[in-house]
Design a protein around this ligand. Sequence first.
Ligand code: C2E
Ligand code: CA
Ligand code: CA
Length: 569
Amino acid sequence: MPHVANTSSHDRNVPAALFKQLFDTTAESMVITDRNGIILEVNQAFSELCGYSAEEARGHNMNLVGSGRHDQAFYQEMWHALRHHGRWEGNIWNKKKDGSLYPAWLFINGLVDQDGQIAYFFASIRDMSELRKRERQVAFLAYYDILTRLPNRTSLLKALAKAIIHNQESGQVLTVFCIDIDNFKLINDVFGPSQGDVLLAQAAKRLQSLLRDGDSLYRLGGDEFMYLMQETSDEAAVYLMANRLLDVMKEPFLFEEGRKVFLNISIGISNCPADGEAPQELLRNADLAMHKAKREGKNRYAVYNQSIRAMQQQRFRTESGIRAGLHKGEFLVHYQPKVHIASRKTTSMEALIRWQKNGRLVRPDLFIPIAEESNLIDNLCIFVMENACSFLGTLKTHQVAVPISINISPRQFHNLDFVDLTEGLLKQHNPDPRLLEFEITERTAMQDAKHTLRIMHNLRQLGVALSIDDFGTGYSSLAYLGKMPVQTLKIDKQFIDEMEDNDGIVSTIIAICKQMRINVVAEGVEKETQLAQLAQLGCDEAQGYLFCRPEPEDIILRYLQSHGIRSPL
Ligand code: C2E
Ligand code: CA
Ligand code: CA
């Protein structure tokens, strides 16, 4: 047991002067009044808080610091409590000498005389303004977005729930516009997140400028906004608003020393009650419609309907199917030779991914776009690259050296990590980089000129060759093509098919490639007549069912051994 010293009652008496000193020096504002509320004494902290010195305060009624914000009933209740219970405490607004008001916590205690009557009141006043400010900040953060100062998702869900009930009663239609900035990730990657924020704030301002009475705009995070149209008069009003939202983004955005950047948006629209009567449902459906707008080419709007839902469910199934398929080894790679027209020998091969699912081969165009929308495209790309490296190894054991080209999807190519990913794979599998080529579609190459050139040069430094795929479909500027470090250009099958009627496009592309010393390959050649025509136009190489379909490694190896190769090394 710890020993407790026994002190005498004399020792425990604190001198009165000490109380006075405590009163004067405590941080808490204190006042002593008579029973009528006339101030007798105030302490230093009171003077600091309220602005009145002790001399100025003495003799005045306590309402010297009253704000005038409270009604008579408030004071009646206070006096009632003081008279009957001898104390009162609560929130109150007070006024300083300079006239400013502040929230305070006031505690008043009655001090009784020998007869047991209240003779004095002792009040302490705590300034609550800091706390209130912080409370307001916390509340702001809970309901608003700091960057754009727009209300956030929580606010939206609240407002939407209220608006839905209101509209159910009034029978009016409510419209939700889900707005997403196109390619914003790329902007963040290229200019950095702080410049991205500057652009987001500007975009928010523009969207806000369209707000009509009763409508509201929210930022859901990232580059996603929601526009809530409270009372939609008719369909025309919805389309009009969608077009105004698209139009307001058209002017370039200015940032960073007058630099200009263009931002587009994609919009998805859902209506209440037609497309859902719960907030989450309406938002999800607007979001699905927005993704449809993106798929259809971005910078446009799409309205939700049932077919979107069915399509979305199909996408979800495919996505989880790909994930499981990668795990179960359902993916494989076929190879298709590209042939030197004059000698009919193979110059290189294209790797084409295959998905063997339930005994059937699923076409890549059915799953590549879906894999692109999730990160699964990374896994597929790595899978194909590893397969190609391994096939190069197998070929080497047969003393065969033929380059393999790999299709790179737009999303992959514009991913900042793509060069690192390639470098890592080269280190890990150690193929001769001259035997690797990346095929990038013309559209991908044209998406962001500066960025594209930088990545292309970085890849070239790793020793990898580059080719432009599906040429002729993307309206490239030829001047720009000349700047790109590409070795090969593939003419899209569509032009080869049309060639018999009109060879204008094909002959022009071949002529340009000759001039730029770029190797040219005709895609999808199926007939001898096409081949003869291409040979006449001076085309170097061709690829197509005429020579060989995409096939597994063993068949391709036999093809190479029987038809011969024209090695570049
Ligand atoms: P692509 O890169 O333009 O590939 C050429 C497509 O044409 C291939 O279809 C090929 O099998 C087909 N083809 C080749 N010769 C002929 C012919 O004479 N006639 C006809 N009718 N078709 C021919 P596939 O393998 O179905 O691939 C379709 C698309 O899927 C490819 O178009 C490419 O964009 C994409 N893809 C395929 N594999 C991959 C991959 O590993 N990664 C990525 N990112 N995309 C891939
Ligand atoms: Ca290709
Ligand atoms: Ca192609």
